[in-house]
Design a protein around this ligand. Structure first.
Ligand code: HEM
Ligand code: HEM
Length: 184
């Protein structure tokens, strides 16, 4: 039998959660109003430290989320504090949508870069000038992925904000240990 503390997420789940939350917040703040315009005007993103950081954080989030998904299938059971059925449903729905967004953000970004022929530029001078695999994909023509990406960026911040408020509400009003279950 594996020993688990039923009131707490395991350590690795907490590490994934908090690194991701911080990285998403910074990536969002760095995603300045006119990334898209700069790129369309032919600015080389490799010369813009904010874009390089944004893309590096985004790729890191993508990698972490993939690893986290693998971990979520094998980790000790997540805590299940007592709550009403509708509250459990709502919280699981929000978690699910957050998970989907953590994948959808990097994917829409790569689709946008590939479709528009912009390079992927990361810290350390790493650079991929073209993503022909993406540029030629059928999916690429189906939307303005840059716009979709921007929209999803706003959605994840709103949802994460509501999710954080809910956690504080659990702590202050319901006193049910939900917030503590994810704290170090
Ligand atoms: C996963 C977390 C991410 C978040 C929260 C996020 C958020 C945002 C936001 C809010 C914008 C809008 C900026 C604007 O108004 O122009 C944006 C734009 C952009 N992001 Fe991200 N992003 C993420 C990941 C990525 C990744 C992984 C890449 C690259 C591989 C990337 C590349 C871009 C690019 C190129 C734009 C400009 C899009 C365009 O207008 O054509 N982002 N991002
Ligand atoms: C961008 C920011 C955030 C994202 C993307 C995010 C995402 C997630 C996800 C996907 C889960 C499910 C975890 C799992 O199954 O391992 C979760 C759980 C949790 N998060 Fe966040 N989160 C963010 C920010 C925050 C903040 C700021 C707080 C606290 C103020 C918070 C508190 C919690 C708590 C307490 C849980 C456990 C809830 C439960 O089991 O019902 N999160 N979060």
């Amino acid at each position: 039998m594996q020993h688990t503390n039923l009131n707490q997420y395991d350590k690795l789940s907490k590490v994934f959660h908090w690194i991701t939350a911080i990285a998403v917040a910074i990536a969002f703040v760095l995603g300045p109003g006119d990334f898209g315009r700069l790129l369309h005007n032919g600015i080389d993103p490799g010369t813009r430290i904010d874009i390089v950081w944004h893309e590096s954080l985004g790729v890191t989030i993508f990698t972490l989320t993939l690893l986290r998904l693998v971990w979520a299938t094998v980790r000790p059971v997540a805590p299940r504090p007592q709550m009403t059925a509708w509250m459990r449903f709502l919280s699981q729905l929000v978690h699910l949508v957050l998970w989907v967004l953590l994948f959808a953000l990097p994917i829409t970004a790569l689709l946008a870069l590939g479709t528009e022929g912009h390079p992927l530029t990361l810290l350390g001078g790493f650079r991929i000038n073209e993503l022909p695999f993406i540029a030629n994909a059928h999916l690429s023509g189906l939307a303005d992925w840059g716009d979709v990406h921007k929209f999803l960026g706003d959605v994840i911040m709103w949802l994460a904000g509501i999710h954080a408020l809910a956690a504080v509400y659990h702590h202050v009003k319901l006193k049910d240990g939900v917030l503590k279950s994810m704290l170090p």
